[in-house]
Design a protein around this ligand. Structure first.
Ligand code: ADP
Ligand code: ADP
Length: 239
């Protein structure tokens, strides 16, 4: 069964704007897929639909064989937990330590009072430290998140996703606010999660160059529809 499957998915926003138009898409376990397209093409709408940050208007989306469109309650929470998110703006708790930010990747597994009191287990502290080693930030464990550079903050976010240990990672323009060299570092860490941990990655990319460099498969979106789906080497200059 596919890791992500969209069946005739349409998303129309409340104001009538068409975000996605009858999309069919199959992504298998272990794929590293780049989604490219101009601003307003529907890339974020696609990601937000997959982890159900909003409801779709028509169709069905399955995660590892289970419909997230129809899921409710505990089932929906479990499906959401199997999907990690990386944002353009990092979404770290700025005043918290790097370690604590990474530990919160496990928050879904803890009762709130435990996380409030900082009662993470020894094992989880160890795991968080190892996750930071993976992204080459072991020396920043006790730094405050907002003391780090943009590239470092994004790598903390990647360590947090590693801590969450999801099946799927959805990255919404993860390098949009970073310089080219830092972007490469971040993309390489995402690639590491894909290759070393087998996580399926779907990343929105503004830069077709970066998409070509890292995506084994590139999907082009325009006006809410898939206009290209193929190998990166064949990717047209403009989609
Ligand atoms: P991209 O991520 O490719 O820039 P989006 O998915 O953000 O594109 O947007 C796709 C279309 O949906 C655009 O026309 C955009 O204006 C519209 N859109 C996005 N979010 C909303 C919203 N919350 N309400 C209404 N329209 C929206
Ligand atoms: P990288 O390329 O690894 O992302 P940079 O070259 O941007 O890192 O930053 C180099 C050093 O400067 C880092 O050790 C980082 O901690 C520090 N630094 C960068 N931005 C800030 C900031 N806004 N506040 C404090 N320290 C910063």
């Amino acid at each position: 069964k596919p890791m992500i499957e969209l069946k005739n998915v349409t998303k129309i926003y409340d104001n009538g704007t068409v975000g996605l138009k009858d999309i069919n898409l199959t992504i298998n376990k272990g794929e590293f897929v780049m989604v490219v397209g101009l601003s307003g093409a529907g890339k974020s709408t696609l990601l937000r639909s997959i982890n159900r940050l909003h409801d779709i208007s028509k169709g069905d989306i399955e995660i590892d064989g289970e419909s997230i469109t129809k899921a409710k309650g505990k089932n929906l929470r479990l499906l959401r937990r199997s999907i990690g998110m990386i944002f353009q703006s990092f979404n770290l708790v700025k005043r918290s330590s790097v370690l604590r930010n990474v530990l919160t990747g496990r928050v879904a597994y803890y009762p709130t009072w435990k996380t409030t009191l900082n009662l993470f287990s020894k094992e989880d502290n160890q795991k968080a430290y190892e996750a930071l080693q993976q992204v080459d930030l072991a020396d920043k464990v006790y730094a405050r998140a907002d003391e780090l550079s943009g590239g470092q903050q994004q790598r903390v976010a990647i360590a947090r996703v590693l801590m969450q240990n999801p099946k799927i990672i959805l990255a919404d323009e993860p390098t949009a606010s970073l310089d080219p060299q830092t972007s490469l570092k971040v993309m390489n860490d995402l690639k590491m999660l894909n290759e070393k941990y087998g996580m399926t990655v779907l990343a929105n990319m503004h830069s077709v160059d970066l998409a070509r460099q890292f995506g084994k498969r590139v999907i082009g979106i325009r006006q809410g529809q898939v206009v290209y789906d193929g190998q990166m080497k064949d990717t047209p200059e403009a989609v």
